[in-house]
Unconditional design. Sequence first.
Length: 238
Amino acid sequence: MNAPRPRPRPRPWYRTAPRRRLLRRLPESRSARALVVLCAALLAAAAIAALAWLWYGTPYPQSDPDRIAVRLKDQAQRAYDEAALPGRPEVELGRVETGTCYYRGLRGLAHIDEGRSDVRSFDLEWQVRAVPEDVARSGLQRMRARLEREGWTLVDTGVDRPGFRFRNPAGEDDVQQVEHVDARWYRETGTYTVSAYAGCGKLPDGFYEYTWPERDWAPAAVPGEPVTPPAARSATRR
């Protein structure tokens, strides 16, 4: 009876013809091989970074709420001064509020219409009711002339009501800047309203809107001594 023939042992991987040809093509020096490994690692890192960018999108810049509030309040005060409202009435609203910002990149598909708690925009709006039309139009003209002198870009005008929106070219890439201002006068109620807006930015750790000292705003008083109204005079002749 014939003995079973031994099975042929597989050749080591580096002895097969295709792999021998591959090894002959590789650089033989240790430094050259290290360079090949480094290039492969860099390509892998670049691929991972590209996938991360597609998923997360462009990161939001870091915001400074106090700095933003100062600039929003400056625009609100200047607009109030330009309005020249008789008697300098108190304003409604007058508070810096935060707005919703959303996830970027493909990650946004998994969080549709879901705002981020760590990224917010900022805006400040004030309004006064029962403003006469001539007063409102004069205030809007003064405000518009000033914004044009400062190089702001007109992006919208009122169609059914007097008003406009200006965009700040200097603030397009700087989240600390006021991005745009909007002013309107509503004929139905005589409401004169102004708003200033700053874009989305990542909040600093520990920021809490409702205990934020810079949140509230009121127009500054007119410099100088307060004016005392004249005493009432009797209608009865003496």
